[in-house]
Design a protein around this ligand. Structure first.
Ligand SMILES: [Zn+2]
Length: 277
């Protein structure tokens, strides 16, 4: 049976921690490197519902996209939800590993899985290539086999992503034809200018704010599609799990992987406002 150290090595081969942003916190959060690992749960967020799922399934390791602790802490007492989570994990011999911005810029990474989920075909290239390797980088640009109206692409993207309360928000003429699409999993505000410069027809990402989006549309930028943050990163989990299982199998190691289907997006419901008329 593989040890946690074996699995961490495999994960860090694909998601090199040196690729992570300087502000990020990736790698092993808790767990004994010599412990044996058989079952691995992949999830976007290290939250209580995911820990419960790991406990119920008998997972030895949870691999999450988002870090539990992004800034320094002086306590893991169970007086906060983070401390409680750490207690639950350690008491039940469950390790926690994070691949965050190093998974965003990997090849393939988070946005490759997102691009395929929303139906982009053919080769994918980074929207913002990494300085040291243009094959890696943030976001991806790909194409649809043929131009379709923006509204139709939005429906296709919605079908390809896991359901969330908020669904997708679309900015731009619903009838405008679109074919060349940029996507970026997670918060993509900072890539608006890059998407405009790339001359794509649509930029699909998450967490877009009013002012940047409004100014972008006023300046005739590409159409925008704003999805739930969790939904844009969730497709990566299956890719990461599949890679880990097959890379381990190639080395004669058998691990069982599972992708969490618990929706951990922060927004749980919506209410439509009345029309002014
Ligand atoms: Zn994220």
């Amino acid at each position: 049976m593989p040890t946690l150290a074996d699995i961490v090595t495999e994960l860090e081969t694909r998601y090199d921690p040196r690729w992570a942003e300087s502000w990020d916190a990736v790698g092993l959060v808790c767990g004994d490197p010599s412990a044996e690992v058989r079952r691995i749960l992949f999830a976007v967020d290290p939250v209580a519902a995911v820990a419960d799922e790991a406990l119920g399934w008998g997972a030895d390791l949870i691999v999450t996209h988002h870090p539990l602790y992004l800034r320094g802490t002086t306590s893991v007492a169970a007086t906060t939800f983070k401390g409680r989570l750490i207690h639950t994990l350690i008491k039940n011999d469950i390790a926690l590993f994070t691949a965050h911005t190093n998974a965003d810029v990997a090849d393939p990474g988070v946005s490759d899985a997102l691009a395929r989920a929303v139906g982009l075909t053919g080769p994918l290239v980074p929207l913002m290539p990494a300085a040291d390797d243009p094959g890696r980088g943030l976001g991806r640009i790909g194409s649809l086999p043929a131009p379709v109206p923006l509204a139709e692409f939005a429906r296709q993207a919605a079908r390809g992503l896991p359901a969330t309360a908020g669904g997708l928000r679309v900015a731009g003429d619903p009838g405008r034809p679109v074919q060349r699409i940029a996507v970026s999993g997670g918060s993509g505000d900072s890539l608006l200018g890059v998407a405009r410069a790339a001359g794509v027809d649509v930029f699909l990402t998450a967490d877009l704010r009013h002012h940047p989006a409004s100014e972008f549309m006023e300046a005739d930028g590409p159409a925008l599609i704003d999805a739930a943050h969790w939904a844009t990163e969730w497709p990566w989990l299956a890719d990461a799990a599949h890679h880990l299982a097959s890379a381990s199998a190639a080395r004669g190691i058998t691990v069982e992987t599972r992708v969490s289907e618990t929706v951990t997006d922060a927004w749980k419901t919506t209410a439509k406002c009345e029309d002014f008329t």
